[in-house]
Design a protein around this ligand. Structure first.
Ligand SMILES: Nc1nc2c(ncn2[C@@H]2O[C@H](COP(=O)(O)OP(=O)(O)OP(=O)(O)O)[C@@H](O)[C@H]2O)c(=O)[nH]1
Ligand SMILES: [Mg+2]
Length: 352
């Protein structure tokens, strides 16, 4: 999963990036930084650890979240639209984590208005999409092969964007999504709000008025964190981290809360593979069928899919081994249309 850490200059994106990744990228550039910051985190998964212990393997592979943090535009409404480099970086991600400043401006020059920032950053995304939709419509008018459905789809996108509605607030069927896929519209991407609050406000979470501002823009996922403090905490060893978090009234670091929110936002689950050579978690979208899930491991396994041998993680733990699960009838043979569940330990049979 690739997540773009986006938002206005000085909202604390790089601070949040450091807090989430434990890296130490330079903060305080106020939009001047040329190159994006890149970082990866592993998604902690106790099931992978337990399976690794049972199979006595040190090779444990966790799901990963890749972050890209790009300098943002100034808070004031731009007249020129978003920087092309920023747009390119945002198109390339699976989800946008919009860092919104709720702490007083260190420069002392800008008002603190998170709800307004949520709306105006979205306006920038929508403007970028609107230009693309208009270009597409112009081309579709001339194109003899264009279908009425395709024209209607882009007309519908146009009216929504024109009325200030992000594309993520509309319903599209699979065929429509296919027609739009190549555009990678920014206001269609799953978005979450990372409200960057002052340390004193972190235990209170996201205020209802801001939740409401996000929801009205079809952004149902939000996390409050104090970027500055979490960045400092991320540099400590784990025992010290827990103590500092407790003092703040928190049970988990922002990284963990972020991961839970991001998995929810993208509707991800993990299936597992286990053996002496490696124990591993594989994130897939909920509803993914077995054959498609196999393709996460290797395209050959998807192509030559025969069947999936599935044991639920809980069954594996209560019976202790694959052999005993088999005896107890807990190893299921599933076909290509089986819908994979969170925690399924799967062995794919394939033939190429
Ligand atoms: N008080 C306070 N200051 C913060 C917090 N997060 C960031 N800052 C400060 O705000 C300033 C901007 O932070 P950055 O992380 O550089 O902001 P950015 O969003 O990456 O900005 P650009 O990359 O320039 O777009 C820095 O001086 C940070 O120290 C916070 O949670 N609380
Ligand atoms: Mg930055």
């Amino acid at each position: 999963m690739k997540v773009g850490i986006v938002g206005f200059a000085g909202a604390g994106k790089t601070t949040v990036f450091n807090a989430l990744t434990g890296l130490t990228a330079e903060v305080g550039g106020y939009g001047s930084k040329e190159r994006p910051n890149l970082g990866n985190i592993k998604v902690p998964d106790a099931r992978v650890d337990t399976l690794g212990d049972i199979y006595r393997t040190r090779k444990r592979t966790y799901a990963e979240v890749a972050f890209v943090d790009v300098a943002g535009p100034a808070e004031q409404h731009s007249t020129t639209g978003l920087d092309a480099k920023l747009v390119t970086a945002m198109r390339d991600v699976d989800a946008l984590a919009h860092v919104v400043r709720a702490f007083p401006d260190p420069l002392g020059t800008r008002p603190t208005d998170p709800a307004a920032d949520i709306a105006s950053f979205d306006a920038e995304l929508m403007l970028s999409d609107l230009i693309q939709v208009e270009n597409r419509l112009a081309r579709l008018k001339k194109d003899q092969k264009a279908t009425p459905q395709e024209r209607a789809l882009f007309e519908r996108c146009h009216s929504a964007l024109d009325a200030g509605q992000p594309l993520r607030s509309l319903d599209f069927d699979d065929e429509e999504r296919q027609l739009m896929a190549g555009f990678r519209f920014l206001s269609l991407k799953p978005q979450m709000i990372l409200l960057n609050v002052a340390e004193a406000d972190v235990a209170a979470g996201v205020p209802p008025a801001i939740q409401e501002a996000a929801r009205t823009r079809a952004i149902p996922t939000f996390v409050a964190m104090c970027g500055q403090t979490e960045m400092d905490i991320a540099q400590l060893d784990p025992a010290e981290q827990a103590e500092f978090l407790r003092d703040l009234g928190l049970t988990a670091p922002a990284r963990d809360r972020f991961i839970v929110a991001a998995y929810g936002l993208l509707d991800l689950i993990s299936f597992l593979t286990a053996g002496e050579d490696e124990c591993r978690a594989w994130p897939v979208r909920r509803g993914t069928k077995a054959q498609r899930a196999a393709g996460k491991i290797h395209s050959d396994i998807e192509r030559g899919f025969i069947r999936a041998e599935v044991i639920a993680y809980e069954d594996f733990i209560s019976h202790g081994s694959e052999a005993r699960c088999k005896e107890a009838g807990k190893l299921r043979l599933e076909g290509k249309d089986y819908v994979v569940r969170d925690g399924d330990i799967i062995h794919f049979r394939f033939n190429v």
